[in-house]
Design a protein around this ligand. Sequence first.
Ligand SMILES: [Zn+2]
Length: 207
Amino acid sequence: MNRSTRRRVTSQIREIMKKNGDNCSICDKAFPHNSKTFGGVTANGTSALVGECCAGKLSETLISGVFVNRNYEELLKIKGNSPNPEVSPEKLSDVITPLQDYFSGVDKLGADIMKSAGVQSKNASVNFSDSSWKRDDADWFKDNPERSHRLRPFFKEEAADLPVAFLKNKPPPNHEFQVLIRQVNFKGSEPFNFTGPTSPCLPNLFT
Ligand SMILES: [Zn+2]
């Protein structure tokens, strides 16, 4: 494949990623979480983004990656970690496998925290970023070590870490979003979001 064809195919694959990046271009199967993906051309020259299901149907592979359906914001902050490193085909698994291991490790941490909290969830996302609301919760639990829960108003900045679907819900008049934090142990806590009245102020009733 010459350079200009390669450029054209790469840009077509990026377009596919934007428009239908969750499904295999050939069999339309939804990509499983934390699975390998491949971008390239089929034998008849069609650009395609495929999963392991149809990797063998590509006559040439130009791009390889990992499909995830959760947010791993810390990954992009790792120093020297380019989201688009160029590597030779033989070295691909040296890049892809550690990525999948990283995602599995974070998923397991999230699942363990949820389990400690007695909550069943298959896709707990873990947020490692420092934030004013996390520091506030940590300070509060430090001052109230005997409390297992904290109910407090929603921090404005917290919205960025909540699912978009959740934020589409508007609280009824005279209500606001509040957050119930459960202290799992001294290493972590898990927020639960729900709506509570703005007045009167709710005390922290749960122990
Ligand atoms: Zn497929």
